[in-house]
Design a binder for this molecule. Structure first.
Ligand SMILES: Cc1cc2nc3c(=O)[nH]c(=O)nc-3n(C[C@H](O)[C@H](O)[C@H](O)COP(=O)(O)OP(=O)(O)OC[C@H]3O[C@@H](n4cnc5c(N)ncnc54)[C@H](O)[C@@H]3O)c2cc1C
Length: 447
């Protein structure tokens, strides 16, 4: 940051949801140059769905990403309930979740094909600022050069501030926190997206639903652009060495037969939907402990999205959390932005402190709940992950509706996650800081 006239250079590693939302957000600051570095050589369609809650949708709207909220690009429930839980065998609706404080229809939970959400975000980022085939492998930080990103193709890029948005396996996080480990939770999702017309002739509820049994669940729902998703899966003991699924990778081809076998004896609607599902891909769910900080390199590097919070796929919340992280960076930097020129390194450090103080406690609560949820959702009555001790296909079907009902009814209320307002939280942090400054200014006798 030697030249005060030069623009502030912000590099973002990773052009997923967090990276694109960060680019859209940070480009709103005056006098910045924002560049995105993505390891993929081209954006490929990932055949998976993603649901955004009111939190992420409101933030996208605030950022001007109206195209993502449009019905048709995404799909919302026709009924009042954004989540519906059905009995695995009878199809009876056991419970549902309803938004609390959502007054605008476009803020109700929306389901997308991931590629369509990605494309909607990408429309707001100049393509000449997105550098593909740039896999970050090393990061140098110094007073003199700022941040230098080194890529696998032997090129490098300089920046004043690096945002690590490179996902759950983040190279940025690994670089600064090498001891941080991810573990497989034992849950493997089997997902597919396909054209809804494949379901012509199949009778199924229009609204998306989770069909729940003691040991597993099944999800189906419409997505934007006439797409449909089915999500099955299973949870096994992650420590069980003979488990053949322990080494699968994200997006590996799965066995349709295995998927259909998992749901034998389920309601005919579930079986009919799986009969029409044309393929399935595997998504082993990874998670890790919360980080002590999301800011590294003396305040020149910040982590956001899955790079910062390795909570796995819990509560289908990660996309919205990533969007809110990105927007919070904008709020914090804007708050500290000087009237003229660009912020000094000290002001940036201060901004990142505000960002962390807003996001980390909230996301920390999500991670704590996710951890309990992973243990809690294994099966009614099961105490810990290591208690499972079962192999795929050998789970005893605990046909105990009472326990299942208890399990569903005791599910956590997640409105505080998906209706969270990052703006309100940020304002509270700013006010708390101002109050502290005021307290520190007063002589002891006046306190
Ligand atoms: C089974 C499952 C279901 C889920 N369902 C939902 C859902 O319905 N709703 C929801 O909100 N969330 C859901 N999530 C979570 C959600 O997918 C993530 O939280 C979200 O994608 C995080 O976005 P991100 O941008 O941080 O990371 P990612 O989406 O993983 O993006 C990271 C980007 O960084 C790039 N990258 C990685 N390494 C490097 C590198 N070294 N250099 C440069 N680029 C790099 C990657 O190629 C990628 O483009 C689910 C997760 C799972 C596992």
């Amino acid at each position: 940051m030697a030249n005060p006239e030069a623009p502030l250079r912000i590099a973002i590693s990773g052009a997923g949801i967090a990276g694109l939302a960060a680019a859209i957000s940070l480009r709103k600051l005056p006098g910045v140059v924002v560049d995105l570095y993505e390891q993929a050589k081209a954006f490929r369609e990932i055949g998976a769905s993603i649901g955004l809650g009111p939190n992420g949708l409101r933030t996208l709207e605030t950022l001007g990403v109206h195209n993502a909220l449009r019905e048709g690009v995404c799909i919302r429930q026709k009924g009042r309930h954004h989540q519906v839980y059905r009995h695995w065998r009878t199809g009876e609706v056991l419970a549902h979740d309803t938004h609390r404080a959502v007054t605008e229809p476009q803020h109700a939970t929306a389901r997308f094909h991931r590629a369509h959400l990605h494309a909607a975000l990408l429309e707001h980022v100049p393509l000449n600022t997105v550098h593909l085939g740039k896999k970050t492998i090393r990061i140098d930080v110094s007073e003199k050069d700022g941040v230098v990103l080194h890529f696998a193709d032997s090129t490098s890029a300089h920046a004043d501030l690096l945002i690590g948005a490179d996902g759950i396996h983040s190279a940025t996080r690994k670089w600064f926190v090498p001891h941080h480990k991810l573990h497989w939770t034992g849950w493997v999702a089997m997902r597919s997206t396909f054209d809804a017309s494949l379901l012509d002739g199949v009778d199924f509820p229009d609204d998306a639903a989770h069909w729940v049994a003691p040991h597993r669940s099944f999800f189906h729902g419409h997505l934007g652009h006439g797409q449909f998703t089915t999500v099955g899966g299973f949870t096994v003991d992650p420590a069980n060495p003979p488990n053949t699924y322990r080494n699968v990778h994200w997006n590996d081809e799965g066995s349709l037969q295995r998927l259909r076998d998992l749901y034998q004896g389920w309601h005919p609607t579930v079986q009919a939907l799986l009969e029409k599902t044309p393929y399935t891909r595997l998504y082993p769910n990874m998670a890790g402990e919360p980080l002590d900080t999301w800011v590294y390199g003396g305040g020149r590097v910040a982590l956001i999205g899955d790079a910062a919070h390795t909570h796995g796929g819990a509560f289908a919340a990660g996309g919205s959390l990533a969007i809110d992280d990105a927007y919070c960076l904008l709020l914090a930097l804007k708050h500290m932005w000087p009237a003229t020129g660009k912020p000094s390194p000290a002001l940036i450090v201060h901004a990142l402190r505000l960002f962390e103080a807003t996001r980390r406690p909230h996301v920390g609560k999500v991670m704590t709940l996710a951890r309990h949820q992973i243990i809690g959702k294994l099966a009614p009555g099961q105490k810990s992950e290591s208690d499972i001790g079962v192999k795929i296909g050998e789970e005893a079907e605990v046909d105990d509706d009472k326990k299942l009902l208890e399990f569903i009814r005791s599910r956590p209320d997640t409105a505080w996650i998906n209706e969270h307002s990052v703006e309100v939280a940020f304002q509270a942090v700013v006010e708390a800081e101002a109050a502290k400054v005021e307290r520190d200014r007063l002589p002891q006798s006046q306190l």
